[in-house]
Design a protein around this ligand. Structure first.
Ligand code: ADP
Ligand code: MG
Length: 354
């Protein structure tokens, strides 16, 4: 058989580059929700409202009351690799914001109809940018930003075919917001679908972050999670080099609360929801004597660590992180959960012997 004729090397057109990149970041409507809520939180929002149509496929609108985007920067926000969050390598290595890659808006704009309206704080006027035409026009609104994403994957029908039913896509969208909500009890969230309010979690003002998290966990996951879990609050000892200790806090379920599936395991690193083998393993290992078979503990664990000791730039969706010293994190999580589980058991044992 004759080899295929050689084709010359060409640089891809910009639009196609964005569409390829979008494939990594946007798998389904929930991925868009995650990115837009990340942005709203980075902008300092205290209230985030989502409106969805058809599970997010027809419309995802995310409105926030954050700091907004000045009119002259709106077109730049849609450019690839354009961000206000980092400036250089040093800032990348200690990044504290959810975003920093500057690619979400560009990616979404390449595979959907997008419009951004925003009023920057301290400005008296607001503007709407149409992502397709680039047209900018004045609108009326209060300080903050609304990003509207319509007809997701209209230009990439292959992707669109992989979507499930509206109900399933909606469930994924709600789950994406839930993950954010469990990290930010100080922020109010509301989700509307087809004109109906599906979830609403009010900002909880509470004296300590642990109290606020407990309240938010109850709001989001129900009384059962709250009643069948105990507080975790642990600080590792200082590192030999004088570096910052690791703090692990949150709530872990009592053994009785364990489930058949790991669907109530929430782990955060510096406020970012992660799927991390080190944390999962450490948490599960604390239950090894009390949980048998495949029973899965429930927990919401928040790991706070010096940002230079964790690399968040491992995966385009940032759901995976890499620790400089994973033993340090494993040990901290294990000890934190051990201590929390020991406390009520010890109390119960003492009661039983009196
Ligand atoms: P990144 O979040 O990684 O910076 P994005 O493409 O998500 O990249 O957003 C690009 C830029 O647009 C952000 O850096 C930010 O300055 C601005 N931006 C996006 N969404 C919002 C928002 N809701 N409020 C304020 N600014 C926003
Ligand atoms: Mg972003």
């Amino acid at each position: 058989i004759a080899p295929p004729p050689r084709r010359s090397i060409r640089e891809l057109p910009d639009e196609l580059i964005s569409q390829i990149a979008a494939g990594e970041v946007v798998e389904r409507p929930a991925s868009v929700v995650r990115e837009l809520v990340d942005n709203a939180l980075d902008a300092g929002a205290t209230q985030i409202t989502l409106r969805l149509l058809a599970g997010g496929v027809r419309l995802i609108a995310v409105e926030d009351d954050g700091g907004g985007i000045p009119m002259e920067e709106l077109p730049i926000a849609l450019k690839r690799h354009a961000t206000s969050k980092i400036r250089d390598l040093q800032e990348l290595e200690s990044v504290g914001t959810m975003g920093f890659r500057g690619e979400a808006l560009a990616a979404i704009n390449s595979i959907a109809d997008m419009a951004i309206s925003s009023r920057a704080s301290g400005q008296s006027s607001a503007f709407l940018l149409d992502g397709r035409s680039g047209e900018l026009k004045p609108v009326a609104r209060s300080t903050g930003t609304t990003v509207e994403v319509k007809e997701l994957f209209f230009s990439t029908p292959a992707r669109r075919k992989f979507l499930k039913t509206d109900a399933t896509e909606l469930a994924h969208c709600v789950e994406a917001v839930r993950r954010h909500a469990l990290a930010r009890p100080d922020v109010g969230f509301a989700i509307w679908h087809e004109g109906k309010l599906v979830e609403q979690w009010r900002a909880c003002p509470a004296p300590t972050s642990l109290d606020a998290i407990s309240e938010r966990l109850r709001d989001v996951l129900g009384d059962d999670f709250k009643d069948k879990s105990v507080a975790v609050d642990y600080l590792s000892s200082m590192r030999d080099d004088g570096g910052q200790a690791v703090r692990v806090w949150g709530r872990v379920g009592i053994p009785d609360a364990a489930r058949a599936r790991p669907d109530q395991q929430f782990a955060y690193v510096n406020g970012r929801f992660v799927r991390d083998k080190v944390i999962t393993h450490a948490a599960r290992s604390a239950y090894e004597d009390v949980l048998h078979g495949q029973r899965q503990p429930i927990y919401a664990l928040y790991v706070e660590i010096d940002p230079t000791r964790v690399d968040v730039n491992v995966h385009p969706t940032k759901i995976e992180v890499r620790f400089r010293d994973s033993r340090e994190v494993h040990q901290a999580v294990r000890r934190a959960v051990d201590a929390a589980l020991a406390a009520p058991r010890a109390a119960a044992a003492a009661l039983a012997t009196t």
